[in-house]
Design a protein around this ligand. Structure first.
Ligand code: ZN
Ligand code: ZN
Length: 602
């Protein structure tokens, strides 16, 4: 990895930390402040894991694997005290005197603390979202993981499991007028999770050589755990809930949640307006392309047609849909799905090198593997990155297999991930999307960013690279652009959907119209999206928001710098700050350029 930011960091260390004792060497003071802040961060994380042991386990920190926190008033008091103490500690640090890495860490810790405080005192989802109480995931991971011997993992499993009855008793006390949607979700997920204790745990226990007495005790605990889970689900089903809360969050809470979760430089209203305008723009561009492609794909004398020549539909959206349907027929066969993905990776790397778009570290190749069994069923492709405590772990590109799928399901899936979209998927998930971003963020290691990593920046980067690759000529065919626009329309409409459902009371019917008629989605996909928007809030906005912020920032810089702008340098510099919110990266990059004008030249 080229250390492109080293000179600029030194530059800023000297320049930005004014104040302090004139007698002391400024560099020393700064270094000292940073090392105290580093110590503070370590203590902060240690304390964080004590309060949130399940979160710790999920990040690969297993010291508190035997603890299950009972979510009662007492726990919430502890959390609030933790927030207050740490907000006080943060005040002791002069942010001007911290390095870039520490500055962004500072902001991210502060945001996390404020977010915890707000969730407990304002959002109060622990009262209305019964699906927050579901232990099976944490326990399943203890059985699947191989971070420790099975003996150790099972004994911790057992200790943690002993608190499950108390856990669900506290849950019942917390719940007040829950939403119908989250109640149903809680019932489904909790009932679905009992197999971890009834089946998986039992099977694991057969593999170890514990004494009979110990095994019996553990089996008894498992039985009680299952009873507690089933009794919770039964209690929810019978709950006398005459005035259920709406699953729609409402403007005020939604705006706040957007601020904490997304951490954008734009307000949520600005993002909504931008998404509406972007949708309109995409429809116009798509119509232009589809209209051009009409004669090639539909009104084609070479293709046998019942009605020839077919008339062009008057509705432009319908015309776009018809052309998209034809283009989607170009796709790989089910048995070559995996190899098609594998073959594309070197092609992407070559293109990036040839066009000088970003440095790709050849010493960190991506390991492509067939999707492990426990992930099966999701298909497609995804990145598995090692957790923050597993630095030497491989990063995998999991590619799903379609073997065993019924013919219609496979065909519909392959049409969705057709020849064009499959390439965009590879750009997004792997190179130069998520995987490349990950390699860069590992160059500026920060536990804080690994734990609180900003998903808007992470997803935004992946979505940004899709367009960036096409702009640089990766595939300039009208077919590719049309399919790309359809793909981009998905994240754009996710934002419109989420905002309007939660703050503008958009009905299901209107939502389905948006997804099916305006975003060209299949009925099943749209139904799934509706379900998702009724049990999550804000999360669907992160793709479009991050993409818009990065794209707008790049265009702004281009304008400012004219022919001095260098795309490769922009990408490398942008990623060098790790998975921090785009607004902070932007801020730091602009300051850095001011202080080190040399950076502006290439
Ligand atoms: Zn087909
Ligand atoms: Zn992604």
């Amino acid at each position: 990895m080229k250390k492109i930011i080293i000179p600029s960091i030194v530059c800023v260390l000297f320049a930005s930390c004014s104040g302090g004792n004139k007698e002391t060497n400024k560099t020393e003071t700064v270094v000292d402040k940073n090392s105290t802040f580093d110590n503070y961060k370590n203590n902060f994380i240690e304390d964080l894991w004590k309060i949130y042991p399940a979160w710790a386990s999920s990040q690969g920190f297993h010291k508190y694997d035997s603890v299950l926190v009972v979510p009662d008033d007492n726990q919430r008091k502890k959390e609030l005290a933790f927030v207050k103490a740490n907000l006080d500690s943060l005040k002791k640090y002069d942010i001007k005197c911290l390095s870039y890495n520490n500055k962004t860490d500072y902001y991210m810790i502060e945001n996390q603390l404020n977010s915890i405080e707000w969730s407990i005192s304002e959002l109060k989802s622990y009262e209305w979202d019964p699906s927050e109480y579901n232990v099976s995931g944490v326990f399943a991971e203890m059985l699947n993981g191989n971070y420790d011997s099975l003996d150790v993992r099972l004994r911790n499993f057992n200790l943690r499991m002993a608190a499950i009855p108390a856990f669900y008793e506290a849950a019942k006390k917390n719940i007040k007028n829950p939403t119908v949607e989250h109640t149903q979700l809680a019932v489904d997920q909790n009932m679905g999770g009992t197999s971890v204790f009834e089946k998986d745990f039992h099977e694991a226990l057969n593999k170890v050589h514990f004494g009979e007495h110990e095994k019996q005790m553990m089996e008894a605990n498992a039985k009680e755990a299952v009873n507690a889970i089933k009794s919770y689900a039964g209690w929810l089903k019978k709950l006398d809930n005459k005035t259920p809360r709406s699953f729609r969050l409402g403007k005020e809470l939604y705006t706040k949640k957007f601020e904490f979760d997304i951490q954008s430089g734009y307000t949520v209203d600005e993002i909504y307006e931008k998404a509406l305008a972007h949708k309109k723009e995409l429809h116009e561009k798509m119509f232009e392309l589809a209209d051009k492609l009409w004669s090639k794909y539909i009104d084609n004398p070479a293709l046998p047609r019942e009605k020839s020549p077919p008339e062009k539909p008057k509705d432009s959206l319908q015309l776009i849909r018809m052309v998209i349907d034809e283009i989607s027929a170009k796709h790989v066969q089910p048995d070559s799905f995996q190899t098609a993905i594998e073959k594309q990776l070197p092609v992407l790397i070559d293109f990036i090198k040839k066009k000088d778009l970003i440095y790709i570290d050849p010493s960190k190749p991506l390991v492509v593997r067939r999707e492990p069994d426990y992930m099966a069923g999701v298909a497609g492709a995804s990145i598995s990155a090692p957790g923050p405590y597993d630095k030497n772990g491989n990063t995998y590109y999991n590619v799903g297999s379609l073997s065993g799928w019924d013919k219609n399901k496979a065909e519909s899936y392959l049409r969705e991930y057709n020849h064009y979209i499959l390439q965009i998927l590879n750009i997004h998930e792997a190179i130069p999307g998520h995987y490349t971003q990950l390699v860069y963020s590992n160059q500026s290691p920060s536990l804080i960013k690994s734990i609180f990593g900003n998903s808007t920046m992470i997803e935004g980067w992946a979505v940004y690279t899709e367009r960036m690759m096409l702009e640089n000529g990766y595939d300039d065919s009208p077919e590719m652009w049309l399919m790309y626009y359809k793909w981009n329309l998905r994240s754009t409409c996710n934002t419109i959907l989420d905002y309007s459902v939660h703050t503008k009371n958009r009905s299901k019917e209107e939502a389905m119209n948006l997804l099916i008629n305006e975003a060209f989605q299949q009925q099943a996909e749209a139904e799934g999206k509706w379900k998702r928007v009724s049990v999550t809030q804000v999360q669907l906005c992160c793709y479009f928001t991050g993409y818009t912020e990065i794209y707008d920032f790049r265009e702004e810089l281009k304008k400012q710098m004219g022919d001095k702008f260098n795309l490769k340098l922009f990408h490398e510099q942008f990623l060098s700050y790790g998975s921090a919110p785009v607004k902070y990266i932007k801020d730091l990059m602009l300051k850095e350029m001011e202080q080190c004008p040399a950076l502006k030249k290439n």
